[in-house]
Write a protein that binds this ligand. Structure first.
Ligand SMILES: Nc1ncnc2c1ncn2[C@@H]1O[C@H](COP(=O)(O)OP(=O)(O)OP(=O)(O)O)[C@@H](O)[C@H]1O
Length: 489
């Protein structure tokens, strides 16, 4: 649909240098780049407002320079960054201007097709209710939607949009782009759109073109362009790129400058055992990954709780009950990770280790009444009630996501090793137990200090986790056995 080949051009001096890309029908290309990088200039060169000094622009198989104005308007609609003033016109009249290329003769007649296109465009952009209102009486975002409607009413197979979501609130941004996406797929049109919002561009575009100083720095699918190093280089700012939770489209997050007063050190004496809970509270949120009852998964939290409940504990909504409990103790539920255990929390084993990775605090409570052999779990019909090994690994250090995951594996292997060393059996099968049905793990890091990219058993961090978890879990198992009158072997 659109072929841009080695285009250079600009104003009195060149802005764009040697830009090439191709766009197929049914595709959206997002143009990204910092202020002044040439995004709007590129649209002006593609739309014919500016003439290229070198290179060619071909639309629907025909060179741009050979189109007559009205003919061009039939194949291409443009939403400029700044809109022409439209004083005294109603919304419908502004949208109807989009039908100009389809009028013929001196005394143009308004056809049913024109009317249908205008009505549909207003409906799509949700401006029908303002149809008879003067455009200047609308808010900035409402006016923006009217100009998008004007471009859609033109029914051109190529749409050039300069920041179409400008002034729109998040719901209207999403609504407009969802509609555009559907429209592009249904009608097979092609769209080139300038975006400032990198995440929206990633979510909605098939291809992205990243400009730097008028040159193409990167071009490809969102996962090829939305890369930390590329964006940091072009925008000259610190950021992170992470996966979108639902779509396979990367999303970027800005990293604010680190403030000097935000360091937190986790110390053994700050872990409190009060009533029926083990509690750690940090002034600064910790990066946590956990399988806790309250706030599991990855997140940032300030309070960690291992709560002892009665062995007969039973609630239909455990998460809500835990939230209420956390609040009743004066903690904030949205910044608390909470686990449950039937073990007396005074039997918690807490140890401290340090090394090149920073330092570690381990807390373990071990209830092994329901210990089971995972390889024989398929033979068990009903799950036993409470009986859990809860483990905390608190790290004074900076840990990558990969290291968090490897630390989980290392800790799990270490726990299983501890059960074997203590010769804990699965009572149903008489084989060595590997864990319990409801074991829970919390790994938290201050994300300051030494950086650990990995957490496997050959890393300093992994070695410490392996040794510490085996030691603490073995002691916790013995505590449990002594409390329950059993002999540790
Ligand atoms: N009409 C003009 N005459 C001369 N120079 C211009 C004109 N319009 C833009 N420029 C210059 O061209 C360069 C690129 O501008 P352009 O508007 O294409 O950037 P952009 O990437 O769209 O920026 P923004 O993100 O701020 O909208 C800038 O240095 C700008 O000053």
């Amino acid at each position: 649909m659109l072929h841009v080949e080695n285009v250079s051009g600009g104003y009195t001096f060149p802005i764009l240098k040697d830009v090439s890309f191709h766009l197929a029908p049914g595709q959206i290309l997002g143009v990204l780049g910092p202020n002044g990088s040439g995004k709007s200039t590129l649209l002006k060169l593609v739309s014919g407002i500016l003439k290229p000094e070198a290179g060619t622009v071909t639309i629907a198989g025909k060179e741009l320079a050979s189109y007559r104005a009205k003919q061009l308007a039939k194949v291409m609609a443009v939403l400029p960054q700044l809109h022409p003033q439209a004083f005294g016109m109603t919304v419908k009249e502004v949208v109807a201007l989009g039908r100009y290329p389809h009028q013929s003769g001196l005394f143009s007649s308004w056809s049913n097709e024109d009317e249908a296109a205008v009505v549909e465009a207003m409906r799509t952009t949700q401006v029908t209710r303002y149809a008879e209102q003067e455009i200047t009486s609308l808010s900035g975002g409402e006016q923006q939607r009217v100009f998008v409607a004007q471009a859609l009413a033109q029914k051109a197979p190529l749409l050039l949009l300069d920041e179409p979501t400008n002034h729109l609130d998040i719901a209207h941004q999403k609504q407009l782009l969802d509609t555009l996406r559907g429209y592009v797929q249904a009608e097979g049109i092609a769209v080139v759109s300038v975006f400032h919002d990198i995440n929206l561009a990633s979510l909605y575009c098939d291809q992205l073109l990243l400009l730097q100083d008028g040159k193409v720095y990167a071009c490809g699918e969102p996962h090829e362009v939305i890369e930390k190093a590329k964006l940091e280089h072009v925008y000259e700012t610190l950021l992170e790129v992470a996966p979108h939770p639902v779509e396979p489209k990367p999303q970027m997050t800005l990293l604010p400058k680190e403030s000097a007063d935000t360091a937190t050190t986790i110390r053994k004496e700050d872990i409190q055992i009060e009533d029926n809970t083990v509690v750690y509270h940090s002034e600064r949120p910790l990066r946590v990954v956990s399988s806790a009852v309250l706030n599991p998964g990855f997140g940032w939290y300030r309070t960690l709780i291992n709560r002892q409940v009665d062995p007969t504990y039973g609630h239909s909504d455990v998460t809500s009950e835990m939230k209420d409990f956390v609040r009743s103790r004066g903690w904030v539920s949205t910044e608390t990770v909470a686990q449950m255990t039937a073990v007396d929390v005074h039997q918690a084993v807490i140890e401290e280790y340090s090394g090149d990775y920073g330092s570690l605090l381990i807390m373990v409570t071990a209830g092994i009444g329901n210990a089971m052999d995972v390889s024989r779990a398929h033979e068990v019909r009903s799950l036993p009630s409470i009986g859990t090994i809860n483990t905390w690994i608190l790290i004074n250090g900076h840990v990558s996501d990969e290291a968090f995951i490897e630390a989980m594996m290392t800790a799990t292997e270490a726990k299983t090793k501890a059960l074997a060393e203590e010769h804990v059996l699965d009572n149903r099968t008489g084989t060595l137990a590997t864990g319990t049905p409801t074991d829970s793990l919390v790994i938290a890091a201050t994300q300051r200090g030494p950086f650990s990219p990995y957490g496997g058993p050959v890393t300093e961090l992994g070695k410490a986790i392996g040794r510490a978890v085996v030691s603490c879990t073995r002691q916790a198992i013995r505590q449990y056995q002594q409390a329950h009158g059993e002999e540790s072997s």
